[in-house]
Design a binder for this molecule. Structure first.
Ligand SMILES: Nc1ncnc2c1ncn2[C@@H]1O[C@H](COP(=O)(O)OP(=O)(O)OP(=O)(O)O)[C@@H](O)[C@H]1O
Ligand SMILES: [Mg+2]
Length: 286
């Protein structure tokens, strides 16, 4: 939590203004029970905060619990310990105002792009007279107006990810969380969509928590990067990316951020491999 204090002239009174973080994750732990195989301790006292309008990327080795953490923030899973708040309100299972772009493609194949996005609005119970305006606005924002009547198999992978982003953004969630939204795309489309996401973020002022495996993507987009360890996962490093946008991937400072982060990830990935080789295979038997 950030503390701003103002001292009034001629007065002894000090006014403390508590600037509430948009998202606060405090000491969150989560394990999974896997029957006879035992228990997997996935999250181990994860703590961080995100300010309103910040773009934060979360990096970590495969299987370290990134999706588990996002699902907990989204109220799809319950933490065993700790607390998550959005605008100071405690997140409970089934109760969290986030827009979620899932790791797997999640458009309904039998609905058009427009109907998929409309679905999000209907679920939220948005008044009928607002639906048309919101749809028009978001379809233009993500540059899909021309493809609104296409079915998901009639658009490209990049357009499908944009449609998912639109479906998440159209309800104006407090936070947009994205789980490897750009994986499975070719490098060129991926780079283009990173720019698109930054454009949408700048236009909407949204708060974004963005999970990626791609260090380059994190350094290109984020204000701040959080790095998770191998399981049981903690936040083991944090980087403020003090580079002006648009960023240049070939700049020496850019490359230096990437190098430092990759060094940390390499060690964590190695630990994950050692666990698997020792036969622990992500599980610690009870
Ligand atoms: N519902 C579940 N039941 C049991 N174990 C689970 C469940 N969901 C996840 N796990 C286990 O928790 C660990 C973390 O999984 P999670 O999907 O959160 O990792 P991740 O960091 O998102 O991985 P990736 O980078 O591959 O997407 C894994 O060992 C996984 O097997
Ligand atoms: Mg995942």
């Amino acid at each position: 939590m950030q503390l701003n204090d103002t001292l009034f002239n001629g007065s002894r009174a000090i006014l403390f203004v508590w600037k509430m973080p948009k998202l606060s994750v405090r000491n969150v732990s989560k394990s999974f029970f896997n029957g006879e195989q035992g228990v997997t301790e996935v999250l181990d006292g994860i703590s961080f905060e995100i300010e309103e309008g910040e773009f934060v990327c979360l990096l970590g080795p495969s299987g370290c619990g990134k999706t588990t953490l996002l699902k907990t923030i989204a109220g799809l899973l319950e933490a065993d310990e700790g607390e998550i708040t959005i605008d100071g309100m405690v997140v409970k299972r089934g109760k969290s105002d986030v827009g979620y772009i899932f790791q797997q493609e999640s458009l309904f194949p039998w609905l058009t792009v427009r109907q998929n996005i409309e679905f999000g609005l209907k679920i939220k119970g948005v008044a009928k007279n607002q639906i048309e305006d919101r749809l028009e606005h978001i379809l233009r924002l993500v540059d899909l107006h021309e493809y609104q009547n296409n079915l998901p198999h009639e658009i490209s992978g990049g357009q499908a990810r944009r449609a998912e982003m639109a479906r998440s953004l159209v309800t104006s969630p407090e936070i947009l969380i994205s789980d490897e939204a750009l994986s499975n795309l070719d490098a060129q489309t991926r780079n283009h969509l990173q720019d698109e996401i930054l454009r949408i973020w700048e236009n909407t002022g949204s708060t974004i928590l963005f999970v990626t495996h791609n260090v380059d993507e994190a350094v290109y987009t984020a204000d701040r990067i959080l790095v998770m360890s191998n399981i049981p996962a903690k936040i083991i490093a944090e980087f403020d990316v003090n580079l002006q946008r648009p960023r240049e991937r070939t700049d020496s400072e850019f490359i230096e951020y990437r190098r430092k982060i990759l060094e940390i990830l390499k060690v964590e990935q190695q630990k994950a491999m050692e666990r698997i080789e020792k036969g622990e295979h992500q599980f610690s038997v009870l």
